[in-house]
Design a protein around this ligand. Structure first.
Ligand code: HAM
Length: 429
């Protein structure tokens, strides 16, 4: 197939075989968020480029090299959103829904776009479920976010496979003091730093802590530690968070090198990581951004949030064999009709059954091939029962009721009694 008729590299179709697992995951998270009192917000996928530059930071990988940016027909520079926090803050500001100090607990789901090098767990169009909380500044809400994700891992059966990494970046003042100390330290070793870190030293020195280069990592062992530069308020906030996590029995590791790739964070930052996915092991990440709303032109408004990568979590459920068995069955009952008259009756009969059993997953296969091929399809669909409607059954106003999973013999059921019979063996059983 010619390249222009293929999907763009790193942008994937999610095929019918995969969507049940996606919907299971998304449904589980949505229910949890509902239960904790979060409300969904839906933002556009395209925003003015300036929004992302101002919020994520000019000197970040995302803004420098990963954004899908284009000129609109009227000359405006637009960008496919690389993440959701910037858009969410923009929406909250635009609609004035937290400017008076109102607490907002919002969540969103949808595609994000980054021009990264595609590999397993890293795509150019990927999907996040994220949430943002405005106007709560204490550590209790940071703890709630983490406790909630811990519950999610429990529900999904992933607790043993994830680890929480935690750090505090302090206020912008304490971070500036730390940055100075780090620059001073690194400048003394500049010749030994890798090329990327030399560049970051000039543009965004904290990101040097993120380096994957072993030689630079060795130098960093003796570098000043962020924790020693935290102001009292940030330190107390961080202690408060840790105390709450300890009380809730949630294990964590402190990672003083955790700085995150977006510039808006202050105080708490965290990542849930796994070693089950190879290089792309961060499945959920976020933190506090108390200065962002003000920086975007709003009143001072504390904020905190996180986002999880749906592809990575779906991959993890598969890798760890945590896909619920019932997902393999998308059909309860498969109706096979043979012959023109029976096909006509089959549609009317199936609608009668649906009227009485709106949750029944009934597939009707009128007009699709021989007896043998219809049965093959019925079996492959995972259905528990096949209903058979041919000329004989039509004449007697019955259907053949055939268990497909070894639950007894085939029997004949009158049309009038069909819904009630299905209710006992499918819906309730
Ligand atoms: P982020 O760390 O850039 O943070 O992304 C959050 C999560 O999205 C990652 O941990 C990962 O699971 C997933 N992700 C990121 N890039 C890709 C990719 N190229 N392919 C597949 N999955 C990916 C944010 O986006 C922040 N907005 C999170 C946040 C919300 N902080 C505060 N509020």
């Amino acid at each position: 197939m010619s390249k222009s008729l293929q999907a763009i590299r790193g942008m994937n179709d999610i095929l019918p075989e995969q969507t049940p697992l996606w919907r299971y995951f998304e449904g589980t998270v949505a229910r949890l968020l509902d239960n904790y009192g979060y409300r969904q917000i839906r933002m556009p996928i395209v925003e003015f480029t300036e929004l992302f530059k101002r919020s994520i930071g000019e000197v970040t990988d995302i803004v420098e090299k990963e954004m899908y940016t284009f000129d609109d027909r009227n000359g405006d520079s637009l960008t496919l959103r690389p993440e959701g926090t910037a858009s969410c803050v923009r929406a909250v500001l635009e609609h004035g829904i937290s400017g008076g100090g109102q607490v907002q607990k919002l969540w969103y789901i949808g595609p994000m776009f980054r021009h990264e090098r595609p590999q397993k767990g890293r795509y150019r169009q990927f999907h996040q479920i994220g949430l943002e909380v405005f106007n709560l500044e204490g550590p209790d809400i940071d703890a709630e976010l983490i406790v909630m994700t811990w519950r999610l891992w429990g529900e999904l059966g992933l607790r043993d496979a994830v680890k929480l990494e935690l750090n505090s970046l302090g206020t912008s003042e304490s971070r500036a003091r730390y940055r100075d100390a780090l620059v001073q330290f690194l400048s003394a070793h500049v010749d030994k730093l890798d090329e990327d870190s030399q560049r970051r030293l000039k543009t965004n020195p904290l990101r040097v802590l993120d380096t994957k280069n072993a030689d630079t990592q060795a130098i960093l062992v003796d570098a000043p530690k962020m924790a020693d530069y935290l102001d009292d308020e940030s330190r107390q906030h961080f202690e408060g968070l840790k105390a709450r996590l300890d009380a809730a029995g949630i294990p964590y590791v402190l990672n003083p090198k955790l700085v995150r790739g977006l510039d808006y964070y202050s105080k708490t930052v965290f990542e849930w990581v796994t070693d089950k996915l190879g290089a792309q092991g961060t499945v959920c990440a976020g933190g506090r951004y108390d200065g962002l709303v003000e920086q975007m032109g709003g009143k001072p408004t504390p904020g905190v949030g996180f986002a999880m990568g749906i592809e990575r979590l779906v991959l993890m459920l598969e890798a760890l064999d945590k896909v619920p068995e019932e997902l393999s069955r998308q059909v309860d009952v498969y109706l096979c009709a043979f012959g023109e008259a029976a096909e006509l009756a089959a549609l009317a009969l199936s609608e009668r059954v649906r009227d009485q059993l709106p949750n029944l997953r009934l597939q009707i296969n009128a007009g699709a091939g021989s007896f043998k091929s219809q049965f093959k399809k019925a079996d492959k669909s995972g259905a528990l029962y096949a209903l058979i409607l041919g000329d004989d059954e039509l004449a007697q106003q019955v259907v053949g009721f055939k268990p497909l999973r070894g639950q007894g013999e085939q029997q004949s059921i009158a049309w009038d009694a069909l819904a009630a019979h299905l209710a006992t063996c499918v819906v309730q059983g």
